[in-house]
Design a protein around this ligand. Structure first.
Ligand code: ATP
Length: 255
């Protein structure tokens, strides 16, 4: 039984279809890494799941409840939390205030300020600091902590390593490994394949709005995912990847 089911989801920006017939299922405790070149549609998909972008078709089910047309704030209360690209903290509020504001809108559960600090020790000394004064790594930790404060059933992480120094990425991923180990269900967008393979139980690759490769990480090679990423031939995951054969990699950075 899947905790999150995406069924033939379509999402558009005006005339541009950014997400095309995407189907994915995420079981409780799984970590699914969504990879793909710039513009593949990953952020639009994540925003659609969170309720921040209205889908043009298809369905989103949380624990078999259809949430396709449920407003974003209701989805948070039901257990879907998004850490958006760019983090979007309240810069004038302290770390603690950012966490507490989120805690007020989510579900009941084990996450509170103390448990977030246990998961992200780097925030302990910064609790009273304004979010606008934090380093990139501290901001990302606060953004993930803020999402955890809602006690989500599913945590959506959009490019947590974007713009961070390598050491900060290591710290954030170290904490993420703890979350994954404790059974948190996670869908994350990650451009770095090594990182994706390091944390994910399953990997899905998007190209031009479609899932072109999907399967268990342990059944895939980096070469297969890289080929799917650039639309070179066919992938070989359990989802039966269908590479478009076009050069989707032009102008995009290397995975
Ligand atoms: P990135 O890694 O660059 O964030 P992505 O895989 O997350 O890429 P999206 O940001 O979802 O991809 O973009 C998918 C497509 O939708 C792209 O062609 C992009 O140009 C387009 N797009 C994204 N946001 C908008 C917007 N607000 N208005 C119009 N087009 C958009």
């Amino acid at each position: 039984m899947s905790l999150l089911t995406i069924d033939r989801l379509e999402a558009r920006h005006g005339l541009l279809t950014a997400v095309r017939e995407v189907s994915l299922a995420l079981k409780e405790g799984e970590t699914l890494a969504l990879v793909g070149a710039n513009g593949a549609g990953k952020t639009t998909l994540m925003r659609a799941i969170a309720g921040a972008h209205k889908p043009a078709g298809g369905r989103i089910l949380l624990d078999s409840t259809d949430v396709t047309h449920t407003p974003a704030h209701r989805r948070v209360a039901m257990g879907i939390a998004l850490v958006p690209e760019g983090r979007r903290l309240f810069p004038g509020m302290t770390v603690e205030e950012n966490l507490l504001v989120a805690g007020a809108v989510g579900r009941p559960g084990p996450w509170r300020v103390e448990t977030v600090l246990d998961a992200f020790p780097m925030l302990k000394k910064r609790l009273k600091a304004r979010a606008g004064t934090l380093s990139g790594g501290e901001q990302q930790a606060t953004a993930i902590g803020r999402a955890l404060m809602t006690n989500p059933l599913v945590l959506l992480l959009d490019e947590v390593s974007l713009g961070l120094a390598p050491i900060a990425v290591d710290q954030v991923y170290h904490s993420l490994a703890g979350l994954i180990g404790s059974g948190t269900t996670i869908l994350l967008v990650e451009q770095d394949l090594a990182r994706a393979f390091g944390v994910a139980t399953r990997i899905a690759c998007m190209l031009e709005g479609r899932i072109v490769l999907e399967g268990l990480a342990q059944d895939m090679t980096r070469e297969q995912v890289t080929a799917a990423y650039f639309g070179l031939g066919r992938g070989n995951g359990s989802g039966g990847g269908q590479g478009s054969g076009q050069d989707g990699g032009k102008g995009h950075h290397q995975p």
